[in-house]
Design a protein around this ligand. Structure first.
Ligand SMILES: Nc1ncnc2c1ncn2[C@@H]1O[C@H](COP(=O)(O)OP(=O)(O)OP(=O)(O)O)[C@@H](O)[C@H]1O
Length: 311
């Protein structure tokens, strides 16, 4: 059965003003987002920008040093980390990989391998799997316990372009059939899974967030990669209102420079973190009838202007 994000349902996890500090340095700060059942949130950002740290803070593998992380009571998480510590010199079958970290019944293993299309590989040695097969095995392990939230840290690493499309199709199918929420991590800065409801671009803080534009709108992309790619992948247009300087400081659109960047530091235009269909940033000219809820009855300011533009 097709599941869509149940926005009115309580979030599976929500982060408010979350910061993680290690060895005297903030790895991430001011991170805000939530994931509802059936919702797909994708974290993107350059290497070292804090994507894995944020995901680990969300599921409680790492403790946040400031802010609030709330998880639904009894939340079951399926986690595919970016790196696995496997002794590659020891023979290990796919079946055995499934039960390394949790006890599973034979039927649960079979169902998970079936759902990820690798049932025929149950007795294959993990060392001999292709990149795509290995990622499917990790996905099978993560979904076997029927999680409410699936956290996938770079699930298409080591996979070629057509394998990437097939994996994203599989992730979409898992979401559609189980209704779980999904937190995806990708270091591709411009292309994300088309089904993503919200993309969050991190660089130690949330640089921008928004919906991906459906790639099928781009005839050029379709010509290059075919219609199927267009249904699976989408472009993400960044909307940063600041620039990261080489020394780590942040240059804001208003010309000011600060050591770091926080959502409520007064240098940013308001961002409305809604999902796929909604506006992500309020951009309009204020006026008596604009309906934005601000009080426009005040006298004109010292420049004689009463109207003010957001963003
Ligand atoms: N326990 C730790 N102590 C100190 N620094 C850490 C710790 N864990 C991570 N870091 C640092 O925090 C920063 C963010 O790391 P993180 O793994 O979250 O980034 P990422 O965006 O997932 O990177 P990548 O795309 O390379 O996987 C990096 O500079 C990393 O070296």
């Amino acid at each position: 059965m097709l599941q869509t994000p149940t926005r009115n349902a309580s979030p599976l996890v929500s982060l408010a003003g979350v910061g993680v500090r290690r060895q005297g340095r903030w790895l991430v700060r001011g991170v805000e987002f939530s994931i509802a059942p059936g919702e797909i949130v994708t974290l993107i950002g350059p290497n070292g920008s804090g994507k894995s740290t944020t995901a680990k803070a969300a599921i409680g593998v790492l403790k946040a040093d400031e802010g609030r992380v709330e998880r639904k009571a009894g939340l079951k998480v399926g986690y595919v980390p970016q790196k696995l510590s496997i002794d590659w010199t020891m023979p290990l079958t796919v079946e055995r990989l499934m039960t390394l970290t949790s006890t599973l019944k034979g039927a649960e293993i079979e169902a998970a391998l079936e759902a990820t299309g690798i049932r025929h590989l149950a007795r294959a040695e993990v060392q001999h799997l292709s990149g795509g097969e290995f990622q499917r095995a990790l996905l099978a392990r993560a979904i076997a316990r029927k999680p409410d939230l699936l956290v996938l840290d770079e699930p298409v690493q080591g996979v070629d372009f057509s394998g990437e499309i097939a994996l994203y199709d599989l992730i979409k199918t898992i979401r559609n059939t189980t209704g779980c929420g999904i937190l995806l991590i990708s270091h591709d800065l411009h292309v994300v899974m088309a089904e993503t409801d919200t993309v969050i671009c991190l660089n130690g803080h949330v640089c921008c967030r928004g919906t991906p534009e459906v790639v099928s709108q781009s005839a050029e992309y379709q010509r290059l990669f075919g219609a199927r790619a267009g249904q699976t992948l989408a472009f993400y247009n960044h909307d940063h209102d600041h620039t990261h300087l080489p020394d780590g400081r942040v240059l804001h659109a208003d010309g000011s420079i600060t050591d770091d960047c926080r959502p409520n530091d007064g240098h940013h235009t308001p961002v409305v973190p809604t999902g796929r269909a909604g506006p992500m940033r309020i951009v309009h000219t204020h006026g008596p009838d604009c309906g934005c809820g601000h009080d426009h009855g005040a006298a004109p300011d010292s420049n004689g202007q009463q109207e003010k533009r957001d963003a």
